[in-house]
Design a protein around this ligand. Structure first.
Ligand code: ZN
Length: 239
């Protein structure tokens, strides 16, 4: 009589992958924490102005050798009002009257994580990983720990599933995140990540997101692999 192998009960993780620096670092954190073959990635097509984000996410997932799904949720564009979803609204530095930057998309992380939890539920996955950080200069309220903890509780109640939301970057500075990426071996993948709010490649270097990224790498004393890659591609095709 043949014996079935022991059931594989180790937890599996789903990473919300935007194609940016933080979520890319989180993907490698999840691989380190949960193991190769136990991590999947999910991106959202929410009508963002910069389609390059989704290309970057796909490329990074392929580099990390993890399955990648893109879910379409186009409602944010219909809601309007954010510089990240409307071409007519330029990205502005500084804060608006609501004390938030005009790149704020109300409810974005609440929706993303709820859909991610639903996707995870269907896939038998209990661990969600997101790159939100309370230390983020922009201070988006749906990136704060209190919001994430409340959302986790709502998901657990609403889905009757012991889903845990991991936020490995929650209290890290950008420089600390860069060091973490280096330790996790994520720098080659960061060479394909996208940060620029203006959606251009090479990055504009002027928008708040570009400045924050550059500052983080400078403080960490590590060259940004994206800039290095683009520089190499431009000057030495044999590199
Ligand atoms: Zn930029």
């Amino acid at each position: 009589m043949s014996q079935d192998p022991a059931p594989d009960t180790a937890p599996r993780a789903l990473v919300v992958l935007s194609g940016g620096q933080d979520s890319t670092t989180c993907l490698y954190w999840a691989l380190d924490r949960f193991g190769a073959g136990r991590v999947e990635a999910l991106s959202f097509d929410y009508g963002q102005r910069h389609r390059i984000e989704l290309d970057c996410a796909a490329r990074i997932a392929a580099l990390a050798d993890v399955p990648h799904v893109v879910l379409p949720i186009n409602t944010f564009g219909a809601l309007g009002g954010s510089a990240l979803t409307e071409k007519a609204i330029p990205v502005r530095a500084g804060l608006e009257a609501n004390r938030l930057p005009n790149t704020f998309v109300p409810g974005r992380n609440l929706i993303f994580l709820s859909f991610a939890a639903a996707h995870a539920y269907r896939r038998g996955i209990t661990e969600l990983v997101t790159g939100v950080a309370q230390t983020d200069y922009s201070g988006y309220p749906d990136c704060r720990l209190a919001t994430i903890e409340a959302l986790q509780q709502a998901i657990r109640l609403g889905m009757e599933a012991e889903i845990t939301i991991h936020t490995p970057l929650m209290f890290k500075s950008k420089a600390e995140t860069v060091h973490m990426a280096q330790a996790l071996g994520a720098l080659p993948a960061l060479a394909w990540s996208h940060t620029c709010y203006n959606g251009v490649q090479p990055p504009c270097g002027e928008c708040p997101a570009c400045r924050l990224r550059a500052q983080g790498f400078a403080e960490a004393g590590i060259a940004d692999p994206l800039i290095e890659r683009l520089r190499g591609a431009g000057t030495d095709r044999h590199a």
